[in-house]
Design a protein around this ligand. Structure first.
Ligand code: XMP
Length: 326
C-alpha cells in the first residue's frame, strides 16, 4: 500500500541536490516495487506525466511502456517534442498513436462545450484502453498524480483532465511524484534532464485546443488556432513574457468577420488573444502587454495565418470572464 500522506518533516525539493536525492530514492523504490515486470504510462507530454516517464526510464528502462495519444488537439510541435525527447533522446519504449481523425470525426458538428469535453475525455480512455489491451504482461500503471490531486480530489489524477484509468483494468499503481507539489515536480524534471520548455510549461487543459476552437470544431479553424497560438508563444518568449504571464493562448470563434485582402473583400475568422495572471486560477487579472508586442503578434498572425482577418486582445478579468472561452 503506498503512502499518500506527505510526512510533516519532508523537505521541500527546491534545489538540485534535494532533487537528486529524491530521484535516487524513487529509483530504488520503483525497482523494488516493479522487479522485472512491466509498467504502462499514458504520456501526454504535460509536466507530471513527462517527469514520471523520465524517472521510470531511469529506474526500469524498457520495462516502461509509454503511450502517447495525439488527439489532434495538441499545440503546434507538442507531439513531435514528446517523440523527440522520449523516443530519440531517452530511448524510451514509446507507442505513438495518431488518433486525430477519430477525435475530429466524433467532434464534427458538436458545439456544446461540456459535450465536447466528454467526447474528448471518453475517446481518450477508449484509445488508451485499446492500446493497453494489445500489450501483453503489463502489471502496473504509472500515473503523474501529484500531491494537490490527492488533497483536492481523493487521489484521482486531474479530475477535469482527459485520461484516467479504464475502469475494468486492474493494475497496481506506480505514482512516484504523488507527494510532490508542482514546483517540486518541475525541479525534479530539470534534474532528470528534461527540456525547460517541457518542465516549465504553462497549464494546458486536457481537452486541449478543443475548447479554444469555439463551437463545432472545424479543421480550418483548428489550423488557424494552432498557428496563431504558436506565433503568440514565440513572440511572448522573445519579449521575455513567457515567464511573467501565467497562461496565454489564442482562441478562434465560430463567427466570421469582414476584411479586405489584396483589394478583395474577405470574410474570414477573428483570432482572440487571451493572457492572464493568477495564483490559483480562481480569479485572474489581465496583464498590460506592451503595444509593440501586441502589434508584432497581430502583424504576424495576419500575414502568416491564412483565413484570419482580425486580431483582438481580451481585456476581461476573472470574474466575470473565465480564463478559457468555453
Ligand atoms: P477557467 O476557464 O475555468 O479555467 O477559468 C481555470 C483553469 O483551468 C483550466 N481548464 C481546464 N483544464 N480541463 C483541464 O484540464 C478542462 O476542461 C479545463 N477547463 C479549464 C484553464 O486552462 C485554466 O488554467
Amino acid at each position: 500500500m503506498q503512502n499518500n500522506v506527505r510526512p510533516a518533516d519532508m523537505k521541500r525539493i527546491n534545489i538540485p541536490e534535494l532533487a537528486e536525492a529524491f530521484i535516487a530514492e524513487q529509483v530504488k523504490e520503483v525497482r523494488e516495487q516493479v522487479g522485472d515486470r512491466k509498467v504502462l504510462l499514458a504520456l501526454s507530454g504535460g509536466v507530471d506525466s513527462s517527469v514520471v516517464a523520465a524517472l521510470l526510464i531511469k529506474a526500469i528502462g524498457k520495462q516502461l511502456v509509454c503511450v502517447h495519444v495525439n488527439h489532434g488537439l495538441m499545440r503546434k510541435g507538442e507531439s513531435e517534442q514528446v517523440i523527440e525527447v522520449f523516443r530519440n533522446q531517452l530511448d524510451a519504449n514509446l507507442i505513438y498513436v495518431d488518433a486525430t481523425d477519430r477525435f475530429l470525426d466524433l467532434l464534427a458538428g458538436v458545439d456544446e462545450p461540456e459535450r465536447k469535453r466528454k467526447i474528448i475525455g471518453g475517446e481518450f480512455i477508449k484509445v488508451f484502453d485499446e492500446e493497453a489491451r494489445k500489450l501483453e504482461g503489463i502489471d502496473f500503471l504509472a500515473q503523474g498524480t501529484i500531491y494537490p490531486d490527492i488533497l483536492e480530489s481523493d487521489g484521482v489524477k486531474a479530475h477535469h483532465n482527459v485520461g484516467g484509468l479504464p475502469e475494468d483494468m486492474q493494475f497496481e499503481l506506480v505514482e512516484p511524484v504523488r507527494l510532490l507539489f508542482k514546483d517540486e515536480v518541475r525541479v525534479v524534471g530539470k534534474a532528470l534532464g528534461l527540456p525547460v520548455s517541457m518542465v516549465e510549461r504553462q497549464p494546458f487543459p486536457g481537452p486541449g485546443l478543443g475548447v479554444r476552437c469555439l463551437g463545432a470544431i472545424t479543421r480550418d479553424r483548428l489550423a488557424a488556432l494552432r498557428e496563431s497560438d504558436a506565433i503568440l508563444r514565440e513572440e511572448f518568449a522573445k519579449a521575455g513574457l513567457a515567464e511573467q504571464v501565467w497562461q496565454f493562448f489564442t482562441v478562434v470563434p465560430d463567427m466570421r468577420a469582414t476584411g479586405v485582402r489584396d483589394g478583395k473583400r474577405a470574410y474570414d475568422w477573428p483570432v482572440i488573444i487571451r493572457a492572464v495572471n493568477t495564483v490559483d486560477a480562481m480569479t485572474a487579472t489581465v496583464p498590460e502587454i506592451a503595444w509593440s508586442v501586441l502589434m508584432t503578434i497581430t502583424d504576424r498572425i495576419l500575414k502568416e495565418v491564412p483565413s484570419v482577418c482580425r486580431v483582438l486582445y481580451d481585456l476581461t478579468p476573472k470574474p466575470v470572464g473565465t480564463i478559457e472561452w468555453e
